[in-house]
Ligand binder design. Sequence first.
Ligand code: NAD
Length: 500
Amino acid sequence: MSTPARITHLIAGEPWEGTARRTSPVFNPATGAQTGVLDLADAALVDEVVRGAKAVWQREWQTSSLTRRTQVLFAFRELLNARKDEIATLITAEHGKVLSDALGEVTRGLEVAEFACGIPHLLKGGFSENVSTKVDVYSIRQPLGVVAVISPFNFPAMVPLWFVPIAIACGNAVVIKPSEKDPSAVNAVAALWREAGLPDGVLNVVHGDKEAVDALLTHPDVRAVSFVGSTPIAKYVYETGTAHGKRVQALGGAKNHMLVLPDADLDLAADAAVNAGFGSAGERCMAISALLAVEPVADDLIAKITDRMGKLVTGDGTREVDMGPLVTAEHAAKVTAYLDAGVEAGARLVVDGREGDIDADGDGFFLRPTLFDGVEPGMPVYDDEIFGPVLSVVRVASYDEGLDLINANPYGNGTAIFTNDGGAARRFQNEAEVGMVGINVPIPVPMAYFSFGGWKASLFGDSHAHGMEGVHFFTRGKVVTSRWLDPSHGGLNLGFPQNQ
Ligand code: NAD
């Protein structure tokens, strides 16, 4: 077995040369082998990096022209496009998702870089001439300074790309702290920024855990924090960051429901449930985990889903398989425990993911696709975000009963309706208390020029990710009222300014 490789911080473009006080193991989830040893940053190192980023920002990037920033962004876009296979390979090696899925994630991240290439247009302010005699008013948006991005394991490249290109395009310096479970993709993407001509220190990668996150959340020179992860940590990040005067957007967990009406195309719905339930082993914040079948369709739908599940191959994501492993042994054990918990609570285990073949060598962290029927609120398989390949069918009597369940759920990330009734779909888009809605589309991940984000416990803060909300998040508005000297407007007047 080969020695695990050292994975370290990238500070001002260079790998860190210090000795870490603490490290963390990185695994290949398909084989179970430890492949890396990750350096974890302490508060002193975070402080050093933030100060360095601030210095470069003040010296160079804050005042960089839009032309220069755009040139860097276009070059980065080209490099990322050319190297996306390499990045996908790194993702599969540490996250476990199949290669085509990893490539899809890089492509979705690339779209945000493409959106950010239009930054000169996106940052155009407003101008009103002669609001008062010879007085002009204009609005501009300026960068914040050093911003932090803290990302989850499940999209090691795409989630950082939701934020970093826009933050940089808006003229900020960035410190990113990736997930310690699959840190290598971010290092590889950061190297592309350097190659694209971004000045060293505008983007820095600091690896770590709670200690590094806390240091970022409390550092006086960090102006904003973009966080994505589980709901308890998102809430903590939001509360701690805002208590320290920062602008925070903290995207949290999810429990996404798919409502299937009796008039739906059941083959389309079954395909969608399988794709969105088991893609990336259910480790997507937009995965479908609760399927609300409006009777009398449940039996037919379950038969179609079971048939499709029988064709899925689970195994090493570098092979010709449909679904890979879970990210760590601990997470696989946690997800697998829900199978017994579901049965104990009275749900019917239709397909047991513990049974069947795995196409992999070694001792990977696998659970095959699993299906429950007869699931109800109050059961752990329904109430918790499982974040694994476990799909629960909940039988409901009507559209209204299904909608009530969706709206009663504490999460509000994504949801979908399957129907051929335009009126029902239109009601649903209006009535669902969820941030992202699909109509006959199972995982409605918005395009880069729209914004991504949920409601309720799926997002803390006001701003969603990317799109114009991203541009607003990473800039501050300023309004300038200007008059060039004109003697006729001189003189004292203590009254409230009014236009003339
Ligand atoms: P996580 O909350 O465990 O970790 C997210 C980040 O927080 C990581 O960088 C991690 O190092 C850091 N962290 C972990 N514990 C911490 C602590 N105690 N204090 C401070 N920082 C801490 O999440 P994860 O397991 O990496 O990712 C899966 C979760 O992310 C799921 O809940 C999923 O729904 C959610 N997610 C949400 C979205 C969204 O858009 N809403 C997108 C992707 C993932």
